[in-house]
Ligand binder design. Structure first.
Ligand SMILES: NCc1[nH]cc(CCC(=O)O)c1CC(=O)O
Length: 304
């Protein structure tokens, strides 16, 4: 079986984790799987802000094309980067156990944001993190900070910014936890929808792949993502809108926290409610509808 993935060290770590779980579940040799690296537009165009290149699926289109043509059989994705709808003929119904959902604050001087002088540069290319920082610390300046985890850490060393944020999940998977200054609890920085979750995509009609993936699917992660992604879908969320969302299981109950922000950080609207697990998708949808009603039509407008 061919497992497709982007070529970044984090993407590769996620592909190897997927392969290892399949190898263990079916007692197969590693050679039963081939890891196929696919370069996406998002990987190729590294000199422009993501929001300028635009469009959904910047990091996924070429991988999904390879699935559809049969060049690969499985595709491993960070669910945080996945559009809510998959192309006709493809499906994601397998999730690995979710990693730490929190964001890490990374600051070589060890200073907190509230201790930083006005105008201090915070590096982030995430609209969500940018807006969340500016809501709480309007005196700071958020500067574009693209590249994979290694590149961003190098930019910090070079002084491009005083601090940055990275997902704990990525740092854990890359075994780079020594760079973490502090893990931020959801109360402080609500993570992106699906942060820390890996999903595996396949052709809808590939029953062999379906059978393999069923054996490694983590149900609770699937239930949490159903609520979070329904929330995102109902907001028509793309990577151009500052949205945060986190669902957690408490017994048979799903607690969903959601947040939308104006891109300039001048306003934040949030919600926190619970429902039985089986109603997760409806919980996400209803929260989105209510937040949108509060926000009004120009909420996500850059000119605000
Ligand atoms: N947008 C890039 C991206 N996609 C997934 C992760 C981290 C791993 C994850 O959240 O699963 C990252 C980097 C980051 O935000 O630090």
């Amino acid at each position: 079986m061919k497992i497709g993935t982007r070529g970044s060290p984090l993407a590769l770590a996620q592909a190897y984790e997927t392969r290892d779980r399949l190898v263990a579940a079916f007692d197969l040799p590693e050679t039963a799987f081939e890891i196929v690296i696919i370069t996406t537009t998002g990987d190729r165009v590294i000199d422009r802000p993501l929001k300028e290149i635009g469009g959904k699926g910047l990091f996924t289109r070429e991988i999904e094309d390879a699935l559809l043509t049969g060049d690969i059989d499985l595709a491993v994705h960070s669910m945080k980067d996945m559009p809510v709808l998959q192309p006709e003929g493809l499906i994601i119904d397998c999730y690995l156990p979710r990693e730490d959902v929190r964001d890490a604050f990374i600051c070589p001087t060890g200073r907190n944001l509230s201790e930083m002088a006005p105008g201090t540069k915070v590096g982030s290319s995430s609209l969500r993190r940018r807006a969340q920082v500016l809501v709480a610390h309007p005196q700071l300046e958020v500067v574009e900070f693209r590249g994979n985890v290694q590149t961003r850490l190098r930019k910090l060393d070079e002084g491009v910014a005083a601090c940055t944020f990275l997902a704990m999940a990525g740092l854990n998977r890359l075994k780079r936890t020594e760079v973490i200054t502090r893990a931020l609890e959801p109360e402080e920085m609500l993570p992106a929808v699906a942060q820390g979750a890996i999903g595996i995509e396949r052709r809808r009609d590939d029953s062999g792949a379906a059978m393999m993936l069923e054996a490694i699917h983590h149900g609770p992660t699937g239930q949490r993502l159903a609520a979070e992604r329904a929330f995102l879908a109902a907001l028509d969320g793309s990577c151009e809108t500052p949205i945060a969302g986190l669902a957690e299981l408490q017994g048979g109950t799903l607690r969903l926290r959601g947040e939308i922000l104006r891109p300039d950080g001048s306003e934040r609207l949030c919600d926190d409610r619970s429902a039985p697990v089986e109603d997760g998708a409806e919980l996400g949808r209803a929260m989105a509808v209510d937040l949108l009603a509060q926000a009004g039509p120009d909420f996500f407008d850059w000119r605000g």
